[in-house]
Design a protein around this ligand. Structure first.
Ligand SMILES: C[S@@+](CC[C@H](N)C(=O)[O-])C[C@H]1O[C@@H](n2cnc3c(N)ncnc32)[C@H](O)[C@@H]1O
Length: 242
């Protein structure tokens, strides 16, 4: 069963519903082992996204725990937006050396990337846009499920004419509720939550992250399993436009 009701209260800027101190500690512990396969699969997919821009608007990247240096270093200028006050410091600790070697610059702004999207696009008219795995957490910041789903489905229309890509959670649930070893796959066309759950052999209760219609219905996508925390699997979707 795929559930879509409910939400989590905001706990403060260091313990928010996505990102924050707990997230960074988990990332530090898991990125080299439990997340290694996901990071490699994501790196392969990012390597296929080649927007013809030298600037990147990087939205919700946190410290870039899962983002490869090689991808980031393809851009001369990265403008990153994240709500997490710890993100800039940790991002620079992880990627600063590789970016400096590639003569790439990065600047961070702490703000809501979705509420301020039009303003960001206007300020960076030549940047490609990457939603770096935060759209699926929108429902944790906003209690209203219907409004969140509508907001996410309308995102593409706000980006008309801009090369953009998104990595986002689709479903999350217990690893024990999967019929077999989780494996990623590529497909074309929208996958409804129930269809995705069937395709990956998921039974039990899975959280729908309300991102079904972020990408255009006919877009190619890569679906990847991510053992985000012990005993839990997130099915992450990646796709691009333009
Ligand atoms: C799961 S983390 C991103 C992981 C990232 N791809 C990585 O490799 O580490 C989600 C991030 O999105 C940020 N975030 C969530 N909602 C946001 C919003 N509306 N605007 C900007 N950042 C947001 C959180 O602060 C958090 O740092």
């Amino acid at each position: 069963m795929v559930a879509s009701a409910g939400g989590t209260p905001l706990l403060g800027s260091l313990l928010p519903p996505s990102g924050g101190l707990e997230w960074h500690v988990r990332a530090l512990r898991r990125r080299h082992r439990a997340w290694a396969e996901f990071r490699a699969e994501l790196a392969d997919w990012l390597d296929t996204w080649r927007p013809a821009t030298t600037g990147l608007l990087l939205l919700g990247p946190s410290a870039g725990w899962c983002l490869p240096d090689a991808f980031l270093a393809r851009f001369r200028r990265i403008d990153a937006i994240d709500l997490d006050p710890l993100a800039p410091l940790l991002f620079r600790a992880l990627h600063g050396r590789a970016l400096a070697a590639a003569a790439a610059t990065v600047s961070f702004t702490r703000s809501d990337a979705l509420d301020g999207l039009e303003d960001l696009l206007a300020r960076h008219p030549d940047h490609a846009v990457l939603f770096a795995n935060f759209l699926g957490q929108r429902r944790l910041h906003r209690g209203d499920v219907d409004r969140t789903a509508a907001e996410l489905a309308a995102l593409g229309a706000r980006l008309t004419g801009r090369p953009w890509a998104s990595i986002h959670d689709r479903l999350s649930g217990r690893a024990g509720d999967l019929a077999g070893v989780p494996r990623g796959f590529a497909c074309v066309g929208v996958l409804e939550p129930e269809t995705l759950a069937r395709r990956v052999g998921a039974s039990g209760e899975w959280l729908d992250h309300l991102t079904t219609r972020v990408l255009p219905d006919d877009a190619a996508r890569r679906i990847m399993p991510w053992a985000m925390r012990p005993g839990r699997i997130h099915w992450v979707e990646a796709g691009s436009v333009g």
